[in-house]
Design a protein around this ligand. Structure first.
Ligand code: PBG
Length: 327
């Protein structure tokens, strides 16, 4: 036998020398749910995650930062009374999200604060766009999203992340940010976002499930990948700084395809349902949460993601640090 692949696997040192993919806390973004109450409200389908007060959110972000996780992605959980059809609360300069951004940036100036741009957390319809006669109207949604992004930038967001999948929103947001003087605020476009059932736990966390219908007229069909190429071309031409593929693990082929199409950084979202599956199996004693988490994140990197949004960011950072220490 001339060729023996196992020679390259003989020792930890040899394996380390030839390892093709790395995973580091510097690649991770921690999504956080914030609410107006003082008490943490655990999210039952996402053990380890909770809706937290602004003060608690700052604490958790500080811990993440100290472990090398540079960024958080913020999702506000509003009470039903604050929601309306036009998502008016989303531009409130003294609203929950704006206050959270300011608190984070003043306590932790180096933290990268990423904010979600979409109507659903603020909308009484639970859709990402404006609803009229049961339809999601694209073009009238754009100014709402643009105003939301400017309000987030004004509060101090470093990167705004439109997750709504309306056509033309990256350009609308870019132009509005520039016109308001926020030329340095970046856009992480949820570019290739599928109409996925894996978002279930997230919608419970925010009470943001659509009140009627589904999101299939704007989010992508899980059957498609050529369509991803169109979305990539459009978002690149509209000025996106990062492109996201979402969900993560079930769509590794899509990440790999997008990798071959763009020189822009690619973000993968290891979404709520993926996290819930790991936690649920681990609670049964069926899977090792820690090892499966790291393997999942490494696989997203191997497929071509530069950075990863994951609810397990702090757990992963701690594990990676301990592994480095030889622990
Ligand atoms: C909403 C939004 C969703 C997620 C991020 N932003 C849900 C949806 O589109 O319904 C999902 C994140 C997750 O499941 O972890 N604009």
């Amino acid at each position: 036998m001339l060729a023996r692949p196992r020679r390259n696997r003989r020792s930890a040192g040899i394996r380390g020398l030839i390892r093709e993919t790395t995973l580091d806390p510097a690649h991770l973004v921690l999504p956080l749910f914030v609410h107006a109450a003082d008490m943490d409200q655990p999210i039952l389908s996402m053990p380890g995650c909770a809706r937290r007060s602004i003060a608690r959110t700052v604490e958790v972000a500080r811990e993440a930062l100290s472990l090398g996780v540079p960024a958080v992605a913020l999702f506000p959980a509003l009470d039903e009374a604050s929601k309306d059809v036009r998502a008016s609360a989303s531009t409130d300069a003294d609203g929950l999200l704006a206050r959270t951004i300011r608190a984070l940036k003043s306590a932790l100036p180096e933290l990268v604060v990423i904010t979600d741009v979409a109507m659903d957390p603020y909308s009484s319809d639970g859709h990402d766009g404006l609803v009229r006669d049961g339809l999601i109207v694209n073009d009238e949604t754009l100014p709402i999203l643009a105003a939301m992004a400017v309000a987030q930038a004004r509060a101090g967001a470093d990167i705004v992340a439109p997750s709504d999948m309306m056509d033309g929103r990256v350009a609308a947001i870019r132009m509005a940010l520039d016109a308001a003087g926020f030329t340095e605020v970046g856009i992480c476009s949820y570019c290739v976002k599928y109409a996925s059932a894996f978002y279930g736990p997230f919608r419970q966390a925010l009470d943001s499930a659509p009140r009627s219908g589904d999101k299939k007229t704007y989010q992508m069909d899980p059957a498609n990948t050529r369509e991803a190429e169109r979305e990539v071309r459009l978002d690149e031409s509209e000025g996106a700084d990062w492109l996201m593929v979402k969900p993560g693990l079930p769509y590794l082929d899509v990440i790999a395809r997008v990798r071959s199409l763009t020189a822009l950084p690619i973000a993968a979202y290891h979404v709520s349902g993926e996290y819930a599956m790991l936690r649920a199996a681990a609670a049964q004693g069926w899977l090792d949460y820690e090892r499966c988490l790291l393997e999942s994140l490494l696989s997203l990197r191997r497929a071509g993601a530069d950075l990863i949004f994951t609810y397990g960011a702090v757990d992963a950072a701690r594990l990676l640090r301990n592994a480095k220490k030889g622990g």
